[in-house]
Design a protein around this ligand. Structure first.
Ligand SMILES: [Fe+2]
Length: 367
């Protein structure tokens, strides 16, 4: 029986090139250290093997940078006998790796965060279409590919955070409010190259059209207090510390800070923040699809259907403070943010509008 223990996983903020996993493999009494690396990022391989495994395996290439995902893979392995081998890296390097490997790739199932990344993987021909009545009933239409190449698995909300000592929180209810004159020099944003805000802009583009989105961007960028940030967490800290009055981040980063997962210092900072969930809210997903050259297709389908099921989606979303596909995450900290009403924009539409969103961001001066 093979035991594998992951000792440490970094990259809680999803920044590129920050993944470093130290894996200690214990085989009987022997300890063996393995370091896997690639040109773009350090990759990790985690095997989650059931005690009685003879039932095959599935190789998951995951851009979900959350250590806690192992729990649900373990549960899956225990229930099905299918061994999960996990290879983690940030979204961009995973896609590059898959392109490089081509038909020699060992990937069976691909998981990525954000509409922009999963759409890009599909457009690059890295995924294969697969339909099942199970997936179609478990994954609401808005959260899956019309061509069945990927399916949403967990949901995240892009929320506004504010420091009530710096701005009047009552003036904030929608993303468009960030363009108001009263917030001059008070807005902080993450860098343009991050997909989270690209998808937010894509959402606004689909909802309100190009003219209105351009005006919003122009007004919001005029309010920006530089520098632009490289992560949601560093941005949240800056708002809490009063360097900025307002920011936009994914909800789960604040939930994790409040829960003390990053330490008591971050918890105390997060307590200073007001969280505003716009109505409608920009909701994004982490999603999965079958790899184009999957060798263990049957096992990959079994895992994908498992992760899309209510138990699987909750199992993935719970420990990371995301929301499952249906309903809301049940952690008390999430209830404090209030429920959200998702914008009508589909994940597929976000992907389609990504290039245009980036262009508008660039033209508006978003750095
Ligand atoms: Fe993230």
């Amino acid at each position: 029986m093979l035991h594998l223990k992951v000792l440490k996983a970094l990259a809680s903020d999803g920044s590129p090139n920050r993944l470093k996993l130290l894996i200690i493999t214990r085989l009987g009494m022997n300890l063996r250290r393995t370091f896997a690396s690639s040109v773009l990022a350090t990759l990790s391989v985690v095997a989650v093997a059931p005690a009685f495994s003879l039932a095959g395996e599935v190789r998951v290439y995951s851009g979900r940078h959350y250590n806690t995902d192992r729990q649900i893979y373990k549960k899956f392995a225990a229930e099905t006998g299918i061994k999960v081998r996990l290879i983690e890296a940030t979204g961009i390097s995973l896609v590059e790796r898959l392109k490089r490997e081509g038909r020699n790739s060992k990937a069976d199932l691909i998981l990525l965060v954000d509409a922009a990344r999963i759409s890009n993987a599909a457009q690059s021909g890295l995924l294969q279409s697969y339909r099942s009545s199970k997936l179609e009933s478990e994954v609401p239409k808005q959260y899956r590919d019309p061509r069945s190449r990927w399916y949403g698995l967990t949901r995240r909300v892009r929320v506004i955070i504010a420091n009530p000592n710096i701005v009047n929180v009552e003036e904030l209810s929608t993303y468009s409010d960030l363009a108001n004159n009263s917030f001059r020099g008070k807005v902080c944003l993450r860098k343009r190259n991050n997909v989270y805000n690209q998808s937010l802009v894509a959402d606004q583009l689909v909802l309100y059209g190009e003219g209105k989105t351009k005006r919003w961007l122009k007004g919001m960028i005029a309010n920006v207090n530089q520098p632009y940030f490289s992560g949601d967490i560093s941005l949240a800290r800056a708002v809490a510390q009063g360097q900025c009055g307002i920011g936009i981040v994914n909800h789960y980063y604040i939930a994790r800070m409040l829960e003390g997962i990053n330490g008591s210092k971050d918890r105390n900072l997060a307590r200073k923040l007001s969280v505003i969930t716009p109505d409608p809210a920009h909701v994004n997903v982490s999603a999965g699809g079958l790899a184009k050259y999957a060798k263990n297709k049957k096992e990959a389908i079994t895992l994908l259907e498992y992760l899309a099921s209510p138990d699987g989606s909750k199992g993935l979303a719970g420990p990371t403070f995301e929301h499952p596909l249906k309903g809301y995450g049940d952690a008390p900290v999430l209830r404090k943010f209030g429920n959200f009403k998702s914008s009508r924009v589909t994940i597929s539409q976000l992907g389609e509008s990504n290039a245009k969103a980036i262009k508008l961001m660039k033209n508006s001066g978003w750095q």
